[in-house]
Ligand binder design. Sequence first.
Ligand SMILES: [Zn+2]
Length: 333
Amino acid sequence: MIKNVSVNEDLGLLLDLAGRVGRNPLLTQASTGNISLKLDGVLWIKASGKWMADATAGRILIPLDLAGVHASIRQNLDPAGLYPSASIETAMHVTLPHPVVLHVHSINTIAWAIRADAAAQLETRLDGLRWQWIPYVPSGLPLAREIARVLSERPDTDVLVLGNHGLVLGGKDCQTTENLLAEIESRLAIPPRQAHPADYAILAELAGDSTWDLPDDDAIHALATDPVSRKVLEGGFLYPCQAMFSDARTPELFHAVDAPGAARRPFVMVKGCGVLLSRVMTPAEIAMLSGLAHVVQRIGPSVPLRYLSEDEVAASASTAAYRYRELANASHG
Ligand SMILES: [Zn+2]
């Protein structure tokens, strides 16, 4: 079953593409996003918790029996549960018929996909492409079923924009898929708002010699220094990877405060000054926070937003916990 990855040209091209996508923080953050190739009855798919950025440095793909994955979906069993090392989005990858499937948490796409009027906005921007809009559905089998439904209506679809989530592309090969990604990225590009710079003196004073640290990515400070971004974040959770941080002990984690306070929290947004990170935050969590900052800097003050409902945040809790574990455990080379 296990084939020699290094000698297979198709897998080599797939890994090259995964690496290019994974190294672009505007396309994937940490272990989010995934890629797959259907080849000779085998589904080569990114393993759970692996970073696409590590594609050329280590093994990020695992081989699954394609027929077996299809059979599990027919039996209403999520293949990600059946094969625990497989990506949480495995069902989605097999539901698309294309040899190459790429799923990204593109910052520009998400900035559109969290809008209440996303479908109408995308209609003009993606005009001429074979695309469809899928309102928010949780990852796994529910999303795969919804994809199967829209594909049955228009089987030639090769672009799916997932509400409050991201982008999925299918192609006959890596080059076609990468070209399509470039086309969509250019059509959906939004210039980020320029945030007020962080007040490093005050942040250093607040951090003192405590357990707080300053982020390496200056863009994270926008979460606290930009009034429009603060208002956006006060409205609720925009997508499951943000909801990963939801915790009953710190319900208002994304509300800016005047000082860190005593409560244990992964990070604190100090109003008008910037963001302090707990030293126990993992690189994966920091990458997610960074992604969020890049998204909210692309949301205008009067944009109608579609936040996750309380039920959706709660329902994604088990998935979020799963993701959290995989993110926390993820080794990044
Ligand atoms: Zn995803």
